[in-house]
Design a protein. Structure first.
Length: 227
């Protein structure tokens, strides 16, 4: 039995969400997806470790069709991940079509099956600009669809929808999250690149310019453009 099924990538946002639910004494079932992204391997390594250390039930579901059929630079089958801020037009190439819709659908089915009354996902306000399936209207409509489709048994929650990434980082610090044990970089190398949009957001969230970010980046600190 579980109280909540959490879509858990192993990134900083979903790790803070999972830590918050654990802090609330909820019984959580973490659900990770291997869908062929460039950074899936690094994220799932972090997800496994966190769940093991916190005695959280963890399920990993493979979705090979996403990498095979969908178009996105975030996928191994796609073009190179661009550098730059999320506010730049080229970052739209990292959108994986309807990714959250697919993952939330599976999570809702699992939640109903294990008796969990809620599904939680860590999408936040900073995602809204380029990701259609992170926007408030999507969240509301999808939550309604799941409520209807499960006969009122499962509610989808978006606890960070009104927060930006820095607020999530601050919450994580209060909860004692080890951000060095989370993964963000879209390029999926040995260490964070420091130049892609995801790294740019991570630096902002964790206060890189103030010396609070514990992340190792692949380029010298003096060459990183602080957000």
């Amino acid at each position: 039995m579980a109280d909540s099924v959490v879509v858990f990538s192993g990134g900083m946002d979903s790790t803070v969400l999972l830590a918050a639910l654990i802090h609330e004494k909820k019984r959580v079932h973490a659900l990770s997806f291997d869908y062929g992204s460039r950074h899936n391997k690094r994220e799932i390594e972090c997800a496994r470790a966190f769940c093991r250390e916190n005695s959280v039930e963890h399920t990993i579901i493979t979705l090979p069709f996403v990498n095979d059929l969908f178009k996105s630079s975030l996928l191994q089958s796609g073009t190179e991940v661009p550098d730059g801020s999320y506010m730049e037009e080229n970052m739209k190439s990292t959108v994986v079509p309807f990714r959250n819709g697919i993952m939330l659908s599976i999570a809702a089915g699992l939640a109903e099956s294990v008796g969990a009354a809620e599904v939680a996902i860590a999408s936040h306000s900073g995602d809204h600009f380029i990701y259609p399936d992170c926007r408030p209207d999507f969240n509301h409509a999808f939550a309604q669809a799941v409520l209807l489709g499960t006969g009122g048994k499962v509610r989808v929650k978006f606890p960070f929808a009104g927060m930006d990434k820095r607020a999530i980082g601050d919450m994580g610090r209060e909860l004692g999250v080890d951000f060095a044990a989370t993964w963000t970089c879209y390029k999926g190398g040995d260490i964070h690149c420091g130049t892609c949009g995801a790294c740019d957001e991570r630096k902002y969230a964790l206060g890189f310019s103030s010396g609070f970010d514990p992340t190792s980046y692949s380029i010298p600190d003096n060459e990183i453009d602080n957000p």
